[in-house]
Design a protein around this ligand. Structure first.
Ligand SMILES: Nc1ncnc2c1ncn2[C@@H]1O[C@H](COP(=O)(O)OP(=O)(O)OP(=O)(O)O)[C@@H](O)[C@H]1O
Ligand SMILES: [Mg+2]
Length: 307
């Protein structure tokens, strides 16, 4: 897989504030990558360096193998960003703002019109095309921001908290749209506080805290490592030789309350139930527990992600 975004040892201070302490991230072409971390972790700083809004102090930042400073024309054309801060432009209607954006990337008029019409339709903003930004609701502004990022049909889409402040229904619609864009081949870098969002969408996530990536992997591999997944089974029979029966499993037995530690509770559950029922056990209660990225974050940092 080609590398779409390469970040090595990225460092940034704002005066006395150390924002990035040496961030390393590599994102493959076509990957859906999530940057997950609490307030102030350094997500926006990382993204703003990639798009040239903030100047780095140290480190390597490349887009499709080209340096973002020496090859900025090329690299900037590859990326569309929906920034965390909403655009403030009071004077022009939405479609004009999108045409300006297309013009900025040198897209011919005809092509721009096609693209703008399509985006306004896809993002449910058709009826608002003649409105000014100040006349839109927060969720509509967020959608406009995403349309603006996509006007030049970039290979890489960067979404900084794209569903912050967006209601549940619209959030699901946006997720569906992001999935479609991903299926269509776009590389997507998303930052979020919503663990569920990262778990639902991303092939890979990096957990960032206090300016450093502290863990990286697929959501599944990370949640498996946190060790919280398991199975609880209550049985009424006490006189069974569980150690022999369940020798293939890691478990504890607390007076008939069996707790199994397993990375794959769903796969192991039927096997265990079979073993127990064949041995004549009477099962009273069954429960599986799955750990989430929130658990992973908590176990790594000792704090919740939304604090
Ligand atoms: N322009 C700035 N001037 C001074 N300090 C800044 C500036 N921008 C960010 N910082 C500081 O850098 C650190 C990282 O901030 P950043 O915005 O990158 O975090 P974040 O992970 O995006 O947080 P959030 O989830 O709240 O958006 C914070 O301590 C923040 O206060
Ligand atoms: Mg941010």
């Amino acid at each position: 897989m080609n590398t779409a975004i390469e970040i090595q040892n990225l460092k940034k201070n704002y005066g006395d504030t150390v924002a990035l302490k040496g961030v390393n991230i590599s994102i493959g072409d076509g990957e859906f990558f999530g940057l997950l971390g609490p307030n102030g972790a350094g997500k926006t700083t990382t993204i703003n360096i990639l798009t040239g809004l903030v100047r780095k102090d140290e480190g390597i930042t490349k887009i499709f193998d080209k340096d973002i400073i020496s090859d900025y024309r090329f690299t900037r054309a590859q990326v569309g960003i929906s920034a965390q801060e909403l655009t403030q432009d009071w004077f022009f209607p939405l479609d004009r703002l999108l045409y300006f954006q297309a013009g900025y990337y040198g897209i011919p008029k005809e092509k721009a019109k096609e693209q703008v019409d399509d985006l306004l339709y896809r993002l449910g903003l058709e009826e608002k095309r003649n409105s000014r930004l100040r006349q839109l609701s927060g969720g509509m502004k967020r959608r406009f921001q995403i349309a603006k990022a996509l006007v030049h049909d970039p290979k890489i889409l960067i979404l900084d908290e794209p569903t912050a402040g967006v209601d549940v229904e619209l959030r699901h619609e946006l997720w569906e749209y992001f999935r479609e864009l991903h299926k269509g081949g776009k590389t997507i870098l998303l930052t979020t506080h919503y663990i569920e969002e990262a778990e639902m969408l991303c092939d890979k996530v990096a957990i960032i805290d206090e300016g450093k990536v502290i863990k990286e992997g697929s959501p599944k591999s990370l949640t498996n490592q946190s060790g919280k997944s398991g199975i609880n089974i209550n049985i009424s029979d006490k006189d069974i030789d569980f150690d022999r029966l369940l020798s293939d499993f890691t478990y504890t037995n607390n007076d008939g309350r069996l707790h199994f530690t397993t990375q794959e509770p769903e796969e192991n559950l039927p096997i265990i139930i079979n073993l127990l029922t064949n041995a004549g056990c009477h099962i009273q209660r069954v429960e599986t527990t799955k750990s989430s990225l929130e658990d992973v974050f908590l176990s790594l940092t000792g704090k919740g992600i939304n604090v």
